[in-house]
Design a protein around this ligand. Structure first.
Ligand SMILES: Nc1ncnc2c1ncn2[C@@H]1O[C@H](COP(=O)(O)OP(=O)(O)OP(=O)(O)O)[C@@H](O)[C@H]1O
Ligand SMILES: [Mg+2]
Length: 241
C-alpha cells in the first residue's frame, strides 16, 4: 500500500532521514518510535509530500508519488496529522472538519453532513459548535484526527496524537485508533508513549539519527538490544520484567 525505497532527506549538512526503506501493507497498523530528532516527523513530511527527498522513492497505492504535492497525495488517499495541531481557532469544531470534507465532497451541504458524521465518530459531537481554540488539548488532538479523517484517507499518518493526554484521554485515543483500524483504515502512528504503542502497533519501526535501526513486533522491539540502548533505556526493560 505504501512503500519507501531508500528515502533520504537532508537539511543543509544535516541528514534528518537516511536511506529509509519501509513497506506498509493494506490494513496494517504500524508504529514508528525513536528519540527526539530521530527523523520521524520528517519522514511523514516526505511521505505526505511536504518535503521532496534528495534520494529514494515513495510509492502509494501503486503510484510513484515522490515529490507530488500534499493535496495530490491527499486526494489519492493518504493524509497526515500534525504534531503541533493547528486548527482554525476561530472556527467551530464542525467547520474545521468540514474543511477536510470539502477536499472530497464539493457542495457545502454534503460536506457538512460528512463532517457531522466524522465529528460524531470521533466523540466530538458534544463540542461540535465550540470554537476550536477553546478546546483542551485532548479534544484538539481528536479534532486533528477528525480533520484528517474527513478527507477520507485509506492511509492515515498520525504524528503524536497522544502526547500530553492523561491516562483516561490516552485510553480514549487508543480506542479511537483501534476502531478506525478495525473499520479498514491503514494506520501509521508516531508515538513516544510506549505503553500505548505496545497496545496498538502490529509492527514497530525504530528510527535513530535518521536511520532505521530495527523493525519487528512490539515483543521483538522491546527485546532488541540496539533499541534499548538507543531509545528505551534499561529502566524500561526493568519495568517490563
Ligand atoms: N525544516 C527543517 N529545517 C532544518 N532542520 C530540520 C527541519 N525539520 C527537522 N529538522 C531537523 O531534522 C531532524 C529530525 O527532526 P524531526 O522533527 O523529523 O524529528 P522527530 O523524530 O519527529 O523528533 P520529535 O520526537 O522531537 O518530534 C532534527 O535534527 C531536526 O532539528
Ligand atoms: Mg516529531
Amino acid at each position: 500500500m505504501l512503500t519507501l525505497e531508500g528515502v533520504t532527506k537532508r537539511f543543509g549538512g544535516l541528514t534528518a532521514v537516511r536511506a529509509v526503506s519501509l513497506d506498509v501493507r493494506e490494513h496494517e497498523l504500524v508504529g514508528i518510535i525513536g528519540p527526539n530528532g530521530a527523523g520521524k516527523t520528517t519522514l511523514f513530511n516526505v511521505v505526505a509530500g511536504y518535503y521532496r527527498p534528495e534520494e529514494g522513492r515513495v510509492f502509494f497505492a501503486g503510484s510513484d508519488v515522490t515529490g507530488r504535492a500534499p493535496h495530490d497525495i491527499c486526494r489519492l488517499g493518504l493524509t497526515r496529522t500534525f504534531q503541533i495541531v493547528k486548527p482554525f481557532g476561530n472556527l467551530s469544531v464542525v467547520d474545521n472538519v468540514m474543511i477536510g470534507a470539502l477536499t472530497r465532497t464539493p457542495g457545502v451541504r454534503a460536506a457538512r453532513s460528512d463532517a457531522e458524521r466524522v465529528v460524531d465518530a470521533c466523540g466530538l459531537a458534544p463540542y461540535a459548535t465550540a470554537r476550536a481554540r477553546a478546546l483542551p488539548i485532548a479534544l484538539r488532538k481528536r479534532l486533528e484526527v477528525a480533520r484528517a479523517l474527513a478527507t477520507r484517507p485509506r492511509v492515515l499518518l498520525l504524528d503524536e496524537v497522544m502526547a500530553g493526554l492523561n491516562p483516561t484521554e490516552l485510553g480514549g485515543m487508543v480506542d479511537l485508533i483501534r476502531r478506525l483500524h478495525a473499520e479498514g483504515l491503514t494506520v501509521v502512528v508516531i508515538e513516544h508513549i510506549m505503553a500505548a504503542m505496545m497496545r496498538l502497533a502490529q509492527r514497530i519501526v525504530v528510527l535513530h539519527h535518521g536511520e532505521k535501526i530495527a523493525e519487528g513486533t512490539p515483543a521483538q522491539i522491546v527485546a532488541d538490544r540496539r533499541v534499548v540502548d538507543a531509545y528505551l533505556g534499561e529502566e524500561f526493560v526493568l519495568a517490563q520484567a
